[in-house]
Design a protein around this ligand. Structure first.
Ligand SMILES: Nc1ncnc2c1ncn2[C@@H]1O[C@H](COP(=O)(O)OP(=O)(O)O)[C@@H](O)[C@H]1O
Ligand SMILES: [Mg+2]
Length: 256
């Protein structure tokens, strides 16, 4: 019998402080291989801190974190070989064309056939026509799509997208959502962070809400909906939105 694959991300009791500020106070989360997981939280909740620890850019103060079965502290090199990270601010070079950016990254990652890899990704992300133009001429959505395309070079098992649609207009946001969905359809594990409830609701198989240093709620959207008892009486005809769940849970925590 085959052993089941390890979770793509497995975090237990994760702690991190900046000076006296205890940002992560024991975070637990598990992301199944091949799924989309949304880490939802307000600005300053600690989402980027989690992602930086998982991508080995920052050392935790306590707890454990494994990515693709490797410990982020003890096996940092193997973790780095298994992941890619796309930040809130695009890493693309504006002076180069879209294609040149992709070729450059493919060379840096020593991928065979950089030109072919670039052309495949341009096609996949609907950027073939724009590929020969300088990135400076791209719209926000095109830039973000190029950024995600760059993160795919080398076929990482796990992709971290830190606020992939922050600052994008609604049309561009939908384009990026489509690309994230197709990533997951091709078997890549995606952990994305977001402040947008709608984004988590739309994309994620599982959602975790990070608030005041801990995961206060996690589960599928259906499970999260089940957490709102008021919905039973008041919203018989209507499913509560994630926004209502978020406010109910965060609100009740703040009253403690
Ligand atoms: N390098 C740092 N030094 C001091 N404080 C930091 C540092 N990085 C983040 N913080 C603080 O930690 C908290 C969490 O930050 P962050 O992880 O970026 O949250 P999020 O990504 O959810 O907005 C914030 O209050 C932020 O100001
Ligand atoms: Mg952040």
């Amino acid at each position: 019998m085959e052993t089941p694959p390890p979770p793509a991300v497995d975090v237990s009791g994760l702690r991190k402080s900046y000076g006296a500020l205890e940002v992560l106070q024991g975070v637990d989360l598990t992301v199944a291989a091949g799924s989309i997981f949304a880490l939802l939280g307000s600005n300053g909740a600690g989402k980027t801190t989690v992602v930086r620890i998982l991508s080995t850019l920052l050392k935790p103060d306590g707890g454990t974190a494994a990515v693709a079965g490797f410990d982020v502290v003890a096996q940092a090199r193997q973790v780095r070989e298994s992941i890619s990270l796309t930040g809130q601010f695009a890493a693309v070079d504006q002076i180069l064309t879209g294609r040149e950016n992709l070729v450059m990254v493919a060379r840096l990652r020593r991928v065979a056939g950089p030109g072919r890899v670039a052309d495949d990704l341009l096609r996949r992300f609907g950027l073939t026509e724009a590929g020969g133009r300088r990135v400076a001429t791209y719209s926000g959505g095109m830039r973000r799509r190029l950024d995600i395309a760059m993160s795919l070079i080398g076929d990482p098992k796990v992709i971290f997208l830190d606020e992939p649609t922050t600052g994008l207009d609604p049309q561009a946001r939908i384009e990026v959502w489509q690309e994230i969905q197709s990533l997951a359809d091709s078997g890549t594990t995606v952990l994305l962070t977001t402040q947008y409830l709608e984004e988590a609701e739309k994309l994620a198989d599982r959602i975790a809400i990070l608030h005041q240093g801990r995961i206060i709620v996690s589960g599928t959207l259906a499970e999260l909906r089940g957490l709102l008892p008021a919905a039973k009486a008041e919203l018989v005809e209507r499913q509560p939105t994630l926004e209502e769940i978020f406010l109910a849970v965060v609100g009740s925590k703040e009253q403690q």
